[in-house]
Design a binder for this molecule. Structure first.
Ligand code: FES
Length: 143
């Protein structure tokens, strides 16, 4: 009787352990795959920028290249951009409004501000922004 009780107790532990392993496996299998972080820095407002004479609203506090991605989400990700200040394919000329000094900048580094005016861009940027129908349209940048 005692032996049978111990045996049934053991099998109970065995099944508990099996159940725990199965539950752990199911839980680890149901863990969602690792997803990248949010694309844009958190923002509450859109700011107005002018891009080659056309006005657009883009998320405040984000870099200009990300703002371009906001405007043309289907083409900017396919641009040949390094996103880390090395390739120089994201060069722009810009100012901060009427009467301010024009300067050269990298869109992957420059944070957008309300009133930013982009007056010139690298060919690669114009190419990936072709859905915006900026003038003049250009083909892909050659090396
Ligand atoms: S994306 Fe390469 S330098 Fe800006």
């Amino acid at each position: 009787m005692l032996l049978a009780s111990i045996k049934s107790q053991r099998s109970l532990y065995y099944f508990d352990a099996l159940w725990l392993c199965a539950a752990f496996k199911i839980e680890s299998m149901s863990t969602p795959p690792r997803v990248p972080g949010p694309l844009y820095k958190p923002f509450e407002n859109l700011v107005k920028i002018t891009l080659l004479g056309k006005e657009f609203e883009v998320p405040e506090g984000n870099i200009l290249l990300r703002a371009f991605q906001y405007l043309a989400p289907d083409t900017v990700p396919y641009g040949r951009f390094c996103w880390n200040e090395e390739c120089q394919y994201c060069r722009v000329e810009c100012d901060e409004g009427e009467g301010t000094k024009t300067r050269k900048a990298l869109a992957c580094k420059l944070v957008v501000k309300n009133g930013l005016r982009v007056t010139e861009t690298a060919q690669e940027i114009r190419y990936v922004l072709r859905p915006l129908k900026l003038t003049p349209p250009v083909g892909p940048q050659k090396d």
